[in-house]
Design a protein around this ligand. Sequence first.
Ligand code: TXA
Ligand code: MG
Length: 319
Amino acid sequence: MEIISNPTQNEIKRAAKALKDGHLVAFPTETVYGLGADATNEKAVSRIYSVKGRPTDHPLIVHISSINLLEKWAIDIPDYAIKLANEFWPGPMTLILKKSVLANDYITGGQSNVGLRVPAQPIALALLAEFEKNGGFGIAAPSANRFGAVSPTNAADVSEELSKYLNRSDTIIDGGRCSVGLESTIIDCTRSAPMILRPGAITEEMINYSTGIGGAKNIEKSHISVPGSLESHYSPKALVLIGISPRQGDGFIAMSEIPTPHGVIRLSSPNSIEQYAKDLYRALRLGDKKGLERINVALPEGPGLAQAIRDRIYKAAFR
Ligand code: TXA
Ligand code: MG
């Protein structure tokens, strides 16, 4: 496995070629790092599942370079989905749409819908553009972590977690830290109104404002199964505790205005909600690297992105 840092255009071309040849390329997006494979190559996609140790009925998001490829992968696209795509792509938003014949069962986990996203990260977009120039249609990429673990937000975390499962011909592209730090908002666009299946940086308020129709966010009401929304997902090894007094030797994550209790190990002190999102997964992983048994988290307050952060913290805390 090769690690390429701050890739040149030629190195991006080489990585795109490797993808086209059926190898895996882990790459940065603005949300988290993805583990990519040619979305039309069954063998390559099956390696994603084995490297991640992920059940095969969990569908993958197909990444495309622009809205122009939407109709290759999806059919019966509602007007509100086109509005969302025009407004928020490239960006941290995945649309679930009725699949075209191009989206095989090995991408959709056997479901009749496909998840699509145009990431807003220069390296990811350059890689997609090169891949499509080589005749590719899209890159399937889940978060580049082992199944059930916290998503990686930098290349060192990808390499630490996956290098022993990757081959010599696979690549990790290091593009620095992810700017958003939480996985994309997933929106079910298969019904008359959008429904949020996973909260993220594109918030309910933004979606409602853009489409002009109400956006339900209650996941139980959806007819689509989202295996990644299993309660016990995104967990570090340490026990994550919410809103109780930290004990001596606990890790601690809280907004910067909350002081560190005596004898407690501060893992993150973000001074904004955006910073909290960006730093959360690094901080949880840091707790594990320090071998901590417990990580105490003070939940951020408020709507929007804070809601997405709380969602991930609840999932990390679930046992
Ligand atoms: O920000 C992100 O979305 C990152 C970056 C790499 O793009 N990707 C990511 O992928 O978080 P993953 O596979 O770790 O999580 C995607 C979630 C999974 O829970 C999966 O079940 C759900 O999206 N999903 C994907 N396609 C779907 C579909 N067709 N129907 C329902 N859920 C789907
Ligand atoms: Mg994931």
